[in-house]
Design a protein around this ligand. Structure first.
Ligand code: FAD
Length: 432
């Protein structure tokens, strides 16, 4: 039996962040990942010289970026221009994202241009928390008049959050994410895998013990206290604190009698979000001006990430396409829609193809901020002392990877605050 202060289950962004912060606070920390490589959904695969993330990934100006900066990560990469196009009725039109395109776009009437211009000017100052308990559709239909400006908002907010559920999605958090997006996003050189490598390096520097290729099969607790983690190879790790960064359903499965704990509510209320992702590396772009496209009447998105980041060793252009999936998913139809989008934006792309990757149904998040949530998950599982959850689904208002880092830090802060609470009465006694 190994003994640690903190055991972290899962080596994605949440797990790595939690392990680094726990170790930085002086805790003997172990991280256990079931896959051979760390990174989870932030992994990058190199194919024929091109770096493919698991679908299109961009870092927003949110919690993750500030956390990584605080930890001293380099994060080389670049900020892409937002000049782009919208797809409307099968045609490309310039998207009104700047002053010039706002005046020239054929997508909007004069009234629509005035309304969108006013919104772009005031969005930065919007107090988004006012809309936390309202659905996205309620917010858009109640606040935006022009039908095409509404379409633009649906498209921008879908792209910022990956969610196609306007009646369910809470408006406040996604509007906040749009505010982050409008500050510009960061595409990372060599993909998000490079960020994972930097996180791994920081974890090792802090003395985190990292175990890969070992699946946690059970988290034992006794008399209301977490005791140890049991791994597939028989390794048993005793820990005062156990942080689960697995999906909510897996966390539920790992903990005996989870149905009597908040893990049950968190699993039941979770609404999964998926996407179909097509990534292609092209020798050259048939249409070099068309690099960034939002679907307005389709839930698709395209971005040539190579316009801002180093994503290929031989100069190929790495384009990422996404089909945001609502309830309806069909791997073949989604691929066809994505390929048709490429045909429209980069005609003749097949002649330039170096490599492609298609992920028909990948989980973007296991849960998000929606109006039917009973409670925000974690950080502590109230019924079991020493048991915590983190991960992008354990959001308290944040979205995507920002929720992964924020929830990881919340778990560690909770551990530290408990310990300082335990110390205080003793110190008090000594003084008296
Ligand atoms: C297509 C796509 C596009 C995205 N784009 C963006 C974006 O643009 N911006 C953004 O902010 N976010 C984006 N995201 C979301 C982002 O990738 C995730 O929020 C983040 O990587 C989640 O990290 P995590 O640590 O919470 O979960 P994960 O990465 O899923 O990590 C969980 C880890 O736990 C491990 N594990 C599970 N069970 C066990 C077990 N029993 N024992 C041991 N290990 C276990 C898994 O193998 C995994 O490594 C995107 C995601 C996808 C899929």
């Amino acid at each position: 039996m190994l003994k640690f202060d903190v055991a972290v289950v899962g080596g994605g962004v949440a797990g790595l962040t939690a392990a680094i912060y726990a170790a930085r606070a002086g805790k003997q920390t172990i991280l256990i990942e079931k896959q051979e490589r760390l990174g989870g959904r932030a992994m990058t695969h190199k194919k024929k010289g091109a770096y493919f993330n698991l679908g299109g990934h961009a870092l927003y100006h949110g919690d993750a970026l500030s956390t990584f900066r605080e930890l001293g990560l380099q994060l080389p990469g670049g900020q892409p221009s937002v000049d782009g196009y919208g797809i409307w009725k099968g045609k490309l039109s310039p998207l009104p994202m700047g002053v010039k395109s706002l005046f020239t776009t054929p997508l909007l009437s004069w009234k629509g241009k005035m309304e969108l211009g006013a919104w772009l000017a005031k969005l930065g100052k919007l107090d988004t928390q006012l809309y936390d308990n309202m659905s996205l559709r309620e917010w858009i239909e109640g606040n935006v008049q022009d039908p095409m400006v509404r379409n633009l908002f649906y498209s921008l907010l879908r792209t910022a959050s990956y969610v196609v559920a306007p009646d369910l999605q809470a408006a406040g958090p996604v509007l906040q994410q749009l505010k982050h997006a409008l500050k510009g996003v960061l595409y990372l050189d060599r993909g998000w895998g490079a960020m994972v490598d930097e996180l791994k390096q920081k974890a090792l520097e802090q003395g985190v013990q990292i175990v890969t290729k070992n699946k946690v099969i059970s988290v034992e607790h006794h008399e209301g206290k977490a005791r140890h983690v049991l791994c597939g190879d028989g390794m048993k790790i005793e820990a005062n604190h156990i942080i689960l960064t697995t999906p909510p359903a897996v966390a539920h499965e790992l903990v005996p009698h989870a149905e009597e704990t908040a893990l049950h509510t968190w699993k039941e209320q979770a609404v999964e979000v998926t996407a179909a992702c097509l990534d292609v590396a092209l020798r050259r772009l048939p249409e070099p001006k068309q690099q960034f496209v939002y679907g307005l009447d389709q839930t698709v998105f395209l971005s040539n990430q190579s316009r801002a980041a180093y994503l290929s060793d031989d100069g190929a252009q790495v384009i990422t396409l996404l089909k945001y999936q609502g309830k309806e998913k069909d791997a073949r139809r989604d691929l066809q829609e994505l390929e048709e989008t490429l045909d429209l934006v980069q005609p003749g792309w097949r002649n330039e193809l170096v490599e492609k990757q298609y992920l028909p149904n990948i989980t973007v998040c296991h849960d998000f901020m929606h109006v039917k949530r009973q409670e925000n998950p974690g950080p502590a599982v109230p019924e079991i002392i020493g048991l915590y959850v983190a991960g992008e689904w354990a959001a308290h208002g944040e979205l995507l990877v920002d929720a992964a880092t924020a929830s990881a830090k919340r778990a560690v802060e909770h551990i530290l605050s408990l310990e300082s609470e335990e110390r205080t009465p003793n110190e008090h006694r000594v003084i008296v």
